[in-house]
Design a protein around this ligand. Structure first.
Ligand SMILES: Cc1ncc(COP(=O)(O)O)c(C=O)c1O
Length: 341
């Protein structure tokens, strides 16, 4: 960034929201010269949310800053959250709780059919243990009953519980990605480039809802394309984003966010199931590791990367000068997926 660059200032309505500092902001926006040359398309940029500064990074750090501020304000001493066994959200929550001195319970559902030993004991699972989180590995069948029992048990111990939904995806968590959009507007403006197209992995919906809400608040015309990596039926994701946007409008009226922006989702890179690597994703991960020295993961960011590469090859972004890929993290799970490579 040039020496005349100004400091990033958050929009006042967002700055006014209670937030605990967990990450390093703004995350860098980096050019990808070798990938751009290889694909002969628009200029490619990566928003480095994988370098958010907390426990190998990732997109949940932004959400947790708002969610954990709320937890602390409500007097919580114990955080309970949910995810798949290799949830990046769970790992970042475990790290954030360690940093803030909160007890952390992770209820991890065995929903992914990836029958390799490393899946259950390496990657994010290893890190959760290092952060001292209480990990509850639960089969899908027993999940609801065990959840009730665990919550009752904690309540019986007089723990002040604050529950965070899977992926940190509620209206408050989504503010993290309104903040990311504000950073991108500022960064592209400072760098003298146009912010036209964003691509990112989309699952529990708050990353995409937050970006769209942020764009609405900033009157940005950027096109946000979410790559569905979680929902067998992508309509479920659209509905969830619509609901979150509606809730955010009610909860954060000071944002003045009006949106005529569409909810764009591409389902073509989903593959067989959530958590199952695709050939295109694995090829994309290897290609960009060799070309740019970057690490992506097979569950989330690698599928978004495969989408970016394919969409450029199809000519679908040829009307753009610049495309920004938000690197939402996930490389912490690479060692759990060693058998895929
Ligand atoms: C690495 C990574 N990328 C993308 C996502 C998707 O973000 P969201 O759940 O907000 O849609 C997740 C969430 O689980 C993730 O861990």
């Amino acid at each position: 960034m040039s020496s005349r660059s100004q400091q990033f200032i958050m929009p006042p309505w967002l700055e006014a929201m209670p937030r605990v500092q967990l990450g390093h902001w703004p995350t860098p926006l980096e050019h990808l010269p070798r990938l751009t040359k290889e694909l002969s398309g628009p200029q490619l940029w990566v928003k480095r949310d994988d370098c958010s500064g907390l426990a190998t990074g990732g997109n949940k750090t932004r959400k947790l800053e708002f969610l954990l501020a709320d937890a602390i304000e409500q007097g919580a001493d114990t955080i309970v959250t949910y995810g798949a066994v290799q949830s990046n959200h769970a790992r970042q929550t475990a790290a954030a709780c360690a940093k803030l001195g909160l007890e952390c319970h992770l209820l991890l559902s065995q929903r992914v059919d990836w029958p390799h030993a490393s899946y259950n004991n390496n990657g994010n699972v290893l890190f959760n243990n290092l952060f001292g989180a209480h990990t509850h590995m639960l089969s899908m069948d027993e999940f609801e009953q065990r959840q009730t029992e665990i919550l009752a048990d904690l309540a019986a111990q007089n723990k002040q519980i604050y529950q965070i939904p899977p992926g940190g995806s509620n209206a408050l968590g989504a503010l993290g990605y309104a903040m990311c959009l504000a950073e991108l507007e500022w960064q592209t403006n400072e760098m003298g480039i146009s912010l036209e197209q964003i691509v990112h992995a989309s699952a529990s919906s708050a990353t995409q809802a937050g970006l769209i809400f942020g764009a609405g608040a900033m009157k940005s015309k950027v096109d946000v394309l979410g790559i569905n990596v979680f929902h067998p039926d992508p309509a479920t994701l659209t509905t969830r984003i619509e609901k979150l946007l509606a809730q955010m409008s009610v909860q954060f009226p000071d944002s003045n966010a009006g949106f005529d922006l569409p909810i764009n989702i591409n389902h073509a890179y989903f593959g067989e199931a959530y958590g199952k690597p695709t050939d295109a994703g694995l090829d994309a991960i290897k290609m960009v590791a060799e070309l740019e020295g970057l690490l992506f993961d097979p569950v989330y960011s690698g599928k978004a990367l495969a989408a970016l590469i394919d969409q450029i090859n199809l000519g679908n972004f040829s009307h753009h000068e610049n495309v920004v890929l938000i690197h939402t993290g996930g490389a912490a799970s690479l060692s759990a997926y060693v058998d895929a490579f």
